[in-house]
Ligand binder design. Sequence first.
Ligand code: ZN
Length: 262
Amino acid sequence: MKIITAIISFLTSTFSIFNILTLPYNETDDNSNEPYESISIEEMNTEDIQPVQTPASTDWWEYPEDIKECERDGGDLLVLVNKEYKLPSSYAPADLVKVGEDVIRRGNNYYLRSIVINDLTDLTSDAEDDGIDLSIVSAYRSYSTQATTYQYWVNYNNGCVSCADRISARAGHSQHQLGTTLDFSSNEINDRLGSEFSNTKASQWLEENAYKYGFVIGFPQGYESITGYSYESWHYRYIGRKNALEMKNSGMILEEYLKSKN
Ligand SMILES: [Zn+2]
């Protein structure tokens, strides 16, 4: 009986980690005049909030004590940004543009670097031809927005920093500050952001095709101990077509590929 209770308790704690990922970021197109998303905490039902349990895993990639500045410039498509290497707080891309209505059905008020737009347009257009609907639910986030986002997750987890660290980057450590990273959703899940995206046709299409347009998944499934983050089926970073193809052919995930280049 004790074993059964232990199993149930383990499953509950495991699922609560993933459930949390389906909740936040309730922004709409109306409020995205700012070059980043805002989080509407008011819209959350506090009764739904469960503290996240920390699984007894020892191979998780935590923030090291010695945090370094990124070796490549923030504007470099291959800059390694992770829990060890951070961007300067002053870094913001110089060529941010609104995604634009002709690029995607929803999320066209988000900002990305201009060099991303042509390939993103090709991606969404070819996806549409294949009957796949895509939307954007987050893109560029400034250093200060990331600070707010991270603090939100710490508060959400009742002050548990290690819980927040598995699902949100600290300011300076987010690929979203690069302006080349975006979070996808789809009308299949009513444009929500979260783990349910992994069950969509859109997610499957991206897994098979995104690299052809220069986009690669940041935190793939089964590599948590390398990336330091839970699987994020929705989070893609643009590294250019040539690099993405090289990465694909190498069999490396993004984290490993960037490490080989930095
Ligand atoms: Zn993301």
